[in-house]
Design a protein around this ligand. Structure first.
Ligand code: GLN
Length: 522
């Protein structure tokens, strides 16, 4: 078994996860079996309690783990599912060590970072399986939190043999406009930090805005202790899915396989999505601090071959009249209302939903989006003034969306939502059935609230024999899973998250159908 460890230098957010996923994809395309582990040095046990504005979206795996968004890149690039074992955090490691200490497993010993914490980490590393295991260490070299992980990986490389290990350092070369030069100093510093923890990189990947001159590459090679042909440049690209191709064209894949003494068993061939369709889609969201907050939704659209949606601040749509909303959203062929938590911005989303329903603009609601479609329908069609979700108005006279029964007893916030994949039954008479051509599907979840058909049964068409002029429930599990209106071009809300299962070459059919409708609408 071979291991590739990916560390980051200088700053985070330079695409280390995408680089790792692309390296993985390029090796997979050569016929190798790849496993991936993302290490997140933060103290949270998982990403579930983190604000998407700070950390980007929370990605949910099939087995119900709330993960860092990099697992989403791995799933999309590698075309396979990750699990809760694809991610470890410092929070998990420390809580496990402390539990062991309390139960007496280290009886007599002084419990220390080395060897107790490092052994805990190494035990997790040794469970990974594959021809090649990719280990991406989050953050940048030099962070206090990541030190113990670098040390553990270094020790582990000694245990399994350094020749089975490849260290790739992904770092950033800033461009200084005033003097028109590229600066290597921050990278020199990060290489030094890496050496201080005993890691010598085998390959250095330079991320930069544009192509780098040879002199820059030579300089980094010298400081990094590698030959210039082990330094690769990945400049910014408009389509991240082209990167595995670039890795192949630059022969980085060959360099990696040579250094690890592995032979390809297949000829590299990579087909990736390109945004050939120009359709303007609005996504009315509320986490605007970083595009990463809606990563999987944006990528799901792109993977279908469409340009990414524009993100509109739902708070800007609050307090506007319907004709003002119309002016604001007129240019878009379709609207997506994504998932989210908390009251802020939801009235703006409801305004956008009303506009879409009344003007028959294709609308896709995801989780929170579906819940708000139900609220809007209750208020403006059924006439239930003040209808709401109890998440936003606990005193509402019409709680058409309410907390799931088993959530009401929950005292804790971490990992307690309805999480992960569950089987869903699609109604045969629905649009959703046309989309899936299947009566049973599996989709992923992450929510605490549900549509309240118990108290408001008459608002919904659940059985085919129910009156047609109602909000249609087109998919069910134990809970309402989807709603739609049949007399619209596309008016579908889903309680689950199709964005988590879109993969390259297998775009999600709901996104595809929605986008095709939008395209035909132009
Ligand atoms: N806040 C809503 C709930 O908990 C929606 C969650 C979501 O959009 N992921 O049910």
């Amino acid at each position: 078994m071979k291991y590739i460890v990916i560390t980051g230098g200088v700053i985070s957010g330079i695409g280390k996860g995408i680089t790792a996923a692309s390296i993985g994809a390029s090796l997979q395309l050569h016929g190798l079996e790849i496993d991936v582990l993302k290490i997140d040095p933060y103290l949270n046990v998982d990403a579930g309690t983190m604000n998407p504005n700070q950390h980007g979206e929370v990605f949910v795996t099939d087995d119900g783990y709330e993960a860092d968004l990099d697992l989403g890149h791995y799933e999309r690039f590698l075309n396979r599912n990750m699990t809760r074992f694809s991610n470890i955090t410092a929070g998990q490691v420390y809580s496990s060590v402390i539990q062991k200490e309390r139960s007496g497993e280290y009886l007599g010993a002084t419990v220390q970072m080395i060897p107790h914490v490092s052994n805990e980490i190494k035990a997790r590393l040794s469970k990974l399986k594959g021809d090649v295991v990719l280990i991406e260490i989050g953050g940048t070299v030099g962070d206090i939190e990541s030190e113990i992980f670098l040390e553990s990986v270094r020790e582990f490389s000694m245990d399994v043999g350094r020749e089975n290990f490849l260290f790739v350092h992904v770092t950033y070369i800033p461009y200084l406009k005033v003097t028109n030069e590229f600066k290597t100093k921050p990278t020199q510093n990060s290489l030094q930090l890496l050496r201080r923890v005993g890691i010598l990189p085998d390959i250095i990947v330079l991320r930069s805005e544009k192509k780098l001159p040879d002199s820059t590459i030579q300089k980094v090679a010298l400081f990094g202790g590698v030959k210039p042909d082990s330094v690769f440049v990945l400049e910014d690209v408009s389509n991240i899915y082209s990167i595995p191709q670039k890795i192949h064209d630059e022969k980085m894949d060959m360099a990696i396989m040579n250094k690890l003494s592995i032979n390809p068993t297949k000829n590299f061939k990579w087909i990736y999505p390109e945004p050939l369709n120009h359709v303007k889609i609005a996504m009315v969201g509320k986490y605007l601090a970083t595009d990463d907050a809606y990563k999987s939704v944006l990528e799901s659209v792109f993977i279908c071959g469409y340009e990414k949606p524009e993100i509109i601040d739902s708070e800007d749509l609050e307090g506007l009249t319907q004709s003002e909303i119309k002016d604001r959203l007129r240019e878009y062929s379709g609207i997506i209302i994504p998932g989210g938590f908390g009251k802020r911005g939801v009235e703006g989303m409801i305004n956008a939903i009303r506009y879409a329903r009344e003007n028959d603009i294709p609308l896709l609601g995801l989780c929170l989006g579906m819940q708000l479609m139900t609220v809007e329908y209750a208020r403006n069609v059924v006439g239930l003034n003040g209808a709401n979700s109890t998440e936003f108005d606990p005193q509402t006279p019409y709680p058409v969306v309410d907390m799931m029964e088993n959530q009401k007893m929950q005292m804790k916030m971490g990992g307690t939502m309805r999480l992960g994949a569950a089987e869903i039954k699609i109604s045969r008479w629905s649009k959703l059935y046309d989309i899936y051509s299947s009566e049973i599907v599996r989709e992923r979840h992450r929510h605490r609230y549900e549509i309240n058909t118990y108290d408001f049964r008459n608002m919904f068409k659940i059985e085919e024999s129910d009156p047609p002029d109602r909000l249609e429930v087109s998919a069910m599990s134990e809970f309402v899973e989807a709603i739609e209106l049949a007399n619209k071009k596309f008016y579908v809300g889903v309680q689950f998250h199709p964005e988590y299962t879109s993969k390259i070459n297998t775009p999600h059919p709901i996104f595809l159908n929605f986008l095709e409708t939008c395209k035909n609408e132009r």
